[in-house]
Design a protein around this ligand. Sequence first.
Ligand SMILES: NC(=O)c1ccc[n+]([C@@H]2O[C@H](COP(=O)([O-])OP(=O)(O)OC[C@H]3O[C@@H](n4cnc5c(N)ncnc54)[C@H](OP(=O)(O)O)[C@@H]3O)[C@@H](O)[C@H]2O)c1
Length: 287
Amino acid sequence: MKNVSVIGLGSMGTALARVLLHNGFQVTVWNRSSAKAEPIVKEGAILAPSAASAISASTVSIICVSNYRTSYGILDTEEVRPVLAGRVLVQLSTGSPQQARDNEAWARECNAEYLDGAIAASPSQMGEKDATIFTSGSITAFQQSELVLKCLAGNVPYLGEQVSAASSTELAFLSYLFGSYLGFFHAARILESDGLNVAAFGSMIAHVSQVVGDVIKYESEVIQSETYDNPQSSVNMCMTTVELLMEQAREAGINNEFPVFAQGLFKKALDAGYGHEELGALIKVMR
Ligand SMILES: NC(=O)c1ccc[n+]([C@@H]2O[C@H](COP(=O)([O-])OP(=O)(O)OC[C@H]3O[C@@H](n4cnc5c(N)ncnc54)[C@H](OP(=O)(O)O)[C@@H]3O)[C@@H](O)[C@H]2O)c1
């Protein structure tokens, strides 16, 4: 039977343990509050009396708790450190790129193989083919945990041995998503101020998401290749759109924080002489 241990039985840890159980793994679990283990034990998981005991039950252990500080509180003890030697630790708590580097160095001191993972899905999506877990770190750790991870999510990109890559990629994705959220909320105020239907607009956005994705892909290639000349959409041209957003906010008396923020960056790019360059040239004033 395939063994795996799961430390942390919050909403996400419980979902991970459940998916693994349903995929035929023998799952050993541990959680600070043991009462939270009761439902999953009823489904077949084995409750270990300590974190050290949970880790010693399997070659691969997943930890998924509130944050890295909590994770150290559980793992950085006299009992756990020796047990980690020769085993694989998969860190699925959310953290920063530097926290991933520090955690890998710490795991190395314990002679453990370390894989950092970033879950880009909700607990109810775990086990689905569209769920994503970005991973990076020890290739040995990835190979030894690949079977486990591919049960947890259909999409498990291994981003290489640079351990910070999973966290950086997830944060980059979240930055893109949150930028879209803020733009969308301002869009909703424009529509509301003219008595229009926000939900209908949301449906329209869903339909054109492929086109939006293509535009972002184009700008990413512009930035990567540093070729800002021969613009499809110049900074000058886009600045007129930002000014129109400012004008509409003034006319309708709505919140203007989003266009003001955009206007600030565009103005810096114009002052730096990038007006006739491709929109992606804005990154030069952000560097
Ligand atoms: N939920 C999501 O939608 C989602 C999505 C992607 C990523 N994640 C990430 O997954 C991780 C876990 O999230 P979650 O939703 O499962 O959180 P949660 O439901 O709040 O569970 C937190 C877990 O951390 C443990 N914990 C907290 N403080 C502790 C301490 N001082 N000592 C020992 N254990 C402690 C809790 O144990 P007790 O039960 O004993 O309190 C519990 O197991 C987070 O890093 C989160 O960012 C979550």
